[in-house]
Ligand binder design. Structure first.
Ligand SMILES: Cc1cc2nc3c(=O)[nH]c(=O)nc-3n(C[C@H](O)[C@H](O)[C@H](O)COP(=O)(O)OP(=O)(O)OC[C@H]3O[C@@H](n4cnc5c(N)ncnc54)[C@H](O)[C@@H]3O)c2cc1C
Length: 467
């Protein structure tokens, strides 16, 4: 059977025995350059979508460079060896949008309707004591009508980070302030529970709450989402990978070592380190889909302008996992709250947000964890997940974190001052410069369906530049 690790080993042996000087290695790689219309950096939700659309519908040659061992980004499907079923610990559900149903249909993956029908049980995770009464998810829906009216004031946000240059003050004020002005404070604990991973909800510029908890989310909460019938969202990316592999259009476990997008002529260039050796890629256009932080863009040829913008991003450390040995009542989500109405019952980060049921509640419990700082190591996050969960579920001493995924860097954001000073107008101005186009959550919202629609707009923009 084809095995990447065997190829890696072979490559290591070859490169150990035949030691070429650095420049000779470069020349050898350049002689076998991968020449493509579009080089796509990152093979998550948007990178995979763009690759398939460009290759299959626009008849363009592509190459996807993905640093992990498979495509899919935040879509993590766990194969449980005990229950022999699959459980999602990343992306769960999708909006009922044509772009979603068409993309799944392309790979013959059936969808079924999915509703978040659960009962919220607010618990102080420091001691396991209940906070307030049981709340039904359904009872919260009516509260969103007023919030929906506010969303209508900012329709252009559905297109991306699009708003007037003289930024409306409501977009930049801290969300708590916005909620007080518009009588929406009762929603704060609810939004915190549903819209996890955004950070300090009370202080966050309202723009980010309206972006991540937008009109499509409200619609889907009442009329339902789609999810995969076979309970395996990752299948989408496995099938896409197979199609891209047959045309040699995808490199996983690969990173960009260097890049030059400004070479005169038709092609820019990058050097990529892959398990099969160093490759030179020549491409007419570059589509960036990775979170644009200085760390993820190490080795890239950022100019002063790009560097200046990307260095402003702050982000969240958002992690998810599956715990064995933490039975919670079927249909109940335990939500971490503290008995302090002055802070709307919200605990301080870092902490566990929720312990929720999976469709295998007697086997596995879903856990979500958030931290505002990126200074916690993975080991510290894992330990904190277990200690918080143990206190929330006293009497269950043998909790085991059987699956874990870090989604850092998550929810890229900048300060209110920068938003006021035109940060997003400048960021959007990067599209099309230096043979480069940009998509992904930092450019719109953390939402697969909305991002596929947004990516459609970027593909149209790229198409205009083909002529
Ligand atoms: C826990 C969780 C649950 C979610 N649930 C849902 C949900 O139910 N429904 C929904 O619609 N959305 C959901 N989202 C949001 C949604 O999945 C994301 O917004 C979406 O995946 C973002 O797509 P993207 O292409 O921008 O980034 P990603 O999917 O993160 O893709 C970026 C890719 O780039 C790769 N990469 C990073 N740096 C480099 C580099 N230097 N070189 C090469 N590759 C690199 C990464 O490995 C990754 O594969 C969820 C997100 C999380 C974290």
């Amino acid at each position: 059977m084809f095995s990447i690790s065997r190829f890696c080993l072979l490559w290591q042996i070859c490169s150990a025995t035949v030691t070429l000087p650095h420049s000779a290695k470069h020349q050898a790689a350049a002689a076998h350059a991968i020449v493509r219309d579009v080089a796509i950096i990152g093979g998550g939700a948007t990178g995979t979508y763009a690759a398939i659309r460009l290759q299959e519908d626009f008849n363009k040659s592509v190459v996807v460079i993905e640093k992990e061992r498979d495509l899919g980004g935040h879509t993590n499907t766990y194969h449980d060896p005990i229950s022999k079923t699959t459980v999602e610990l990343g992306v769960v559900a999708f909006h009922d949008l044509p772009v979603v149903t068409k993309f799944f249909a392309r790979f013959d993956i059936p969808l079924v309707k999915f509703f978040f029908n659960y009962t919220l049980k607010n618990v102080n995770f420091r001691n396991g004591h209940p906070v307030g009464e049981l709340e039904s998810h359904k009872s919260t829906l009516g509260m969103f009508a007023d919030y929906s009216e506010q969303l209508q004031r900012f329709k252009s946000l559905e297109e991306g980070y699009v708003f007037p240059a003289s930024v409306p003050e409501d977009l930049v004020r801290p969300f708590e302030h916005f909620a007080r002005i518009h009588n929406l404070t009762a929603l704060i604990p609810r939004i915190w529970t549903i819209d996890q991973g955004v950070g300090d909800l009370l202080q966050l510029p309202t723009l980010y709450v309206l972006k991540s908890f937008g009109p499509e989310m409200l619609r889907s909460l009442s009329s339902g989402f789609w999810t995969t019938k076979r309970r395996n969202n990752h299948e989408l990316y496995e099938r896409a990978f197979q199609r891209l592999k047959t045309t040699n259009s995808v490199h996983v476990n690969s990173v960009v070592e260097s890049m030059n997008r400004d070479i005169p002529g038709r092609y820019g260039k990058m050097v990529v380190s892959t398990p099969f050796g160093r490759k030179v890629v020549r491409a007419k256009q570059f589509l960036f889909t990775i979170p644009p932080t200085l760390e993820t863009l190490t080795g890239f040829d950022l100019d002063r302008y790009e560097k200046n913008l990307f260095s402003a991003f702050q982000y969240m450390d958002y992690s998810t996992g599956l715990i064995r040995g933490a039975p919670i009542p079927r249909g109940t989500t335990m939500c971490n709250k503290i008995p302090d109405p002055h802070v709307y019952f919200l605990p301080r980060l870092p902490t566990v947000y929720t312990l929720g049921p999976t469709h295998q509640p007697s086997f596995l419990t879903d856990v979500k964890f958030g931290s505002n700082t990126s200074s916690m190591t993975e080991q510290q996050v894992r330990e904190r997940i277990i200690s918080d969960s143990s206190r929330a579920l006293p009497g269950n001493p043998d909790l085991e974190l059987v699956a874990y995924a870090s989604h850092k860097p998550y929810e890229l954001r900048v300060s209110s001052d920068l938003i006021r000073d035109g940060f997003y107008q400048e960021l959007n101005g990067l599209q099309g410069l230096r043979r480069s186009y940009w998509t992904g959550a930092a450019w719109h919202a953390h939402d697969s369906g909305l991002l596929w629609n947004f990516t459609e707009g970027i593909l149209s923009r790229m198409q205009r530049d083909w002529s």
